[in-house]
Each structure stands twice: as C-alpha cells, then as structure tokens.
Ligand binder design. Structure first.
Ligand code: NAD
Ligand code: LMR
Length: 325
C-alpha cells in the first residue's frame, strides 16, 4: 500500500465540498491504490463548524478503505499543514444578475490569506487548485503571496468549461461524449472563455467538418459554454455544485496522470497572446504528477484571435481591480 497523501479542502461543507469529499475518499480523484488523509477547512462560524462535524460523521459511516484519517478545522494553518494538494473551494458564490468578477471584493482577501499560509506550511511538493470565483484571478492572488513555492504549483479550474464544451459538441453531433477529443478552453472562467473548436475532433475527424455549421460553432456553441454557469443559477437557484466537484476531480486526476492533455488556468508567459502574468486557461500536458507543460503551437484563425483577445482583456481588467483593492 502506498503512503497516504494529505488533501486539504476549503469550503468543505459548502455545496461543492459536499459533492467532492466522498469522491476523493472513494478513490475517484487519486485512484484505487492511493490512500488519502482529508484535511477539511471551514470558515470559523458556528453553523459551518457544526455542519463540518456532521459531514465527517457521514464520511466515517462510509468506511472508505482509502480514507486513513480526517482533520477538521477552522484554522487554515492546521488544515494546510504538510498538505500535498490544497483544493481552494471555499469562497462566496454569485447569485442571479451577478458576474463572477463581482465576487472579487469579497473573495480576494480569502486567497491572500490562504496563499500566504500554504506557502508557509504545506508540503514541498504541494499542488494548489483554485475553484472559488473568480477562479483565474483568485489563483493569481494566492500565487502572488508565495515566496517558497514556485508559481506553477498554482492552477485554477477551467475544466468545467472544457467538460461543458465536450457535452455540447457530442449532443450536436449525436455521438457519445467519448468521441470528442482535443477540445480545450482558453482564457477566463467567465462568459468570455473560448472553447477552441477548430482543434477538436469527433470520432477522429475535425469537429468543424462533422458539425458542418460554422454559424453554430461561432455563436450558440460558444455562448452555451460561456453562459452555462448563469443558466444553471437561473434554473437551480444556486450555482453548479456536483458538476463543479466532478470537474475538480477531473482537473486533479488529469494533473496527477503523466501524459494527460487537459485545460487548466496557469500563469501566462505570453503564449496564445495572453498578457504576461494573467492566469489564463490553456491546454497542458502533464509531465509528472502535479507538473505540466503548456501545449503551444495550436494555430488560431481570426475568429479565435478575436475571442482570445476579449478574454485576455477581461483578465487584465480583473487584475486591475485587484490592484485597486
Ligand atoms: P457555498 O456557499 O455552498 O460553500 C462555500 C463554503 O466555503 C461555505 O461552507 C463557507 O462557509 C466556506 N468558506 C467561506 N470562506 C471560507 C474560508 N475563508 N475558509 C474556508 N471555508 C470558507 O459555495 P459553493 O457552491 O460550494 O461554491 C464555492 C465557490 O466555488 C464559489 O466561489 C463558486 O462561485 C465557485 N465555483 C467555481 C467553479 C469553477 O468552475 N471554477 C464552479 C462552481 C462554483
Ligand atoms: C459555474 O461555471 O457554474 C460556476 O463558476 C458558478 C457560476 O457562478 O457560474
């Protein structure tokens, strides 16, 4: 049996947390051979602490063979201690008629504090994944606090957008989800996220050729992916939770699996026209568990360049807001 890894999760009793913890403990995230210790962090408010106690009772009652211990705390310094993975979910979600960027004022301070603490107490090999919105910019904020850890340990989740794009293409083409490959999502986790359909394939053929409807790809498809979060809020009343937890399972599993090609938001070095130092969704290839290289060289046509510029502009604007906070 391998040694257990320590997985810290913030917002452990929130909507996403409740869908997520049981999947980590069951082995969905790190595989059936990898034992885990869950380090669960909640806000220091009575209701959340009580709910955390109940969630831990339920985790106990599952008797998961891979779950070796559970730490429950409202002290993030305890929760992040020696963590190999820090999954930063805990943050305010948006409501109807809000954009994710409207959350910056409330959520930015969480990521300043947590970035500092993770840098101080987490394991040397830690990987940090930011889910709390606006995820790209919160990731930039957390990473900016690190002195010991290199910036490439901090990634933000755009996998939900990739999964949404995959589903839209599969439904339009009338094929199984597994027939869709090489669909990657670029830029900001917001309505401007760009699913680069020109590189996608459906059962091995170019998606553009199979769909044969540029107007749909450049309009309804692109819009459905970007607006899906708001559409879910409009009908569910609260933001996506189980699908977000599932995307986080996918994000971490892909990032822990060498050879995987997937979309994550990372610090830009200028590739695909993103401003240096914004955190933009790009395709990556995992090189070793927790480490990746950005896949460069996908050619972008005028439509793609226009959309990449729009999502880049939004990331620059969010960064400017952070500078004013
Ligand atoms: P929620 O309100 O149900 O849960 C958030 C939890 O975080 C609460 O239990 C709260 O007590 C806790 N929390 C708040 N501040 C904390 C702190 N400093 N430390 C630890 N815990 C803290 O919200 P949710 O639906 O679980 O969503 C969480 C976040 O994830 C939101 O910002 C939401 O917008 C975002 N989200 C991102 C994506 C994505 O694709 N990146 C998808 C869905 C949701
Ligand atoms: C989503 O994409 O579903 C989440 O980011 C939640 C939201 O605010 O849209």
């Amino acid at each position: 049996m391998k040694a257990p890894i320590r997985v810290a999760v913030t917002g452990a009793t929130g909507h996403i947390g409740y869908s997520l913890l049981f999947r980590i403990a069951s082995g969905a995230m790190f595989g059936p051979e990898q034992p885990v210790i869950l380090q669960l962090i909640e806000a220091p408010i009575e209701k959340a602490i009580k709910a955390l106690k109940g969630t831990v009772m339920e985790l106990d009652d599952c008797a998961f063979p891979l779950l070796k211990d559970i730490v429950k705390t409202s002290d993030a310094a305890v929760g992040f201690k020696n963590a190999n993975w820090c999954l930063l979910v805990g943050a305010k979600p948006r409501g109807p008629d809000m954009e994710r960027a409207d959350l910056l004022k409330d959520n930015a301070k969480i990521f300043i504090a947590q970035g500092k603490l993770i840098d101080a107490v987490a394991a040397d090999d830690v990987s940090v994944v930011v889910v709390g919105n606006p995820a790209n910019t919160n990731c930039m904020i957390a990473a900016s606090q690190a002195k010991r850890l290199p910036y490439d340990r901090f990634t933000a989740m755009v996998r939900l957008d990739q999964n949404r794009a995959q589903t839209q293409l599969a439904k339009k083409a009338g094929v199984d989800f597994t027939a869709i490959e090489n669909i990657f999502t670029y830029g900001n986790h917001s309505p401007t996220i760009f699913p680069a359909f020109a590189h996608a394939t459906i059962a091995g053929k170019p998606a553009e050729q199979v769909i044969n409807n540029d107007a749909w790809l450049q309009g309804p498809f692109y819009e459905a992916v970007g607006k899906r979060g708001a559409d879910i809020i409009a009908v569910r009343g609260t933001s996506s939770a189980a699908s977000a937890a599932n995307a986080l399972v996918d994000h971490v599993r892909s990032l822990a699996t060498p050879g995987s090609m997937h979309s994550i938001a990372v610090k830009s070095n200028g590739v695909y026209g993103f401003d240096k130092d914004v955190w933009a969704g790009v395709p990556v290839r995992t090189t070793s568990p927790g480490r990746y290289e950005v896949i460069t060289g996908y050619s972008m046509d005028d439509f793609a360049k226009f959309k990449l510029a729009a999502t880049n502009k939004e990331l620059i604007e969010e960064r400017a807001v952070v500078n004013m906070l």
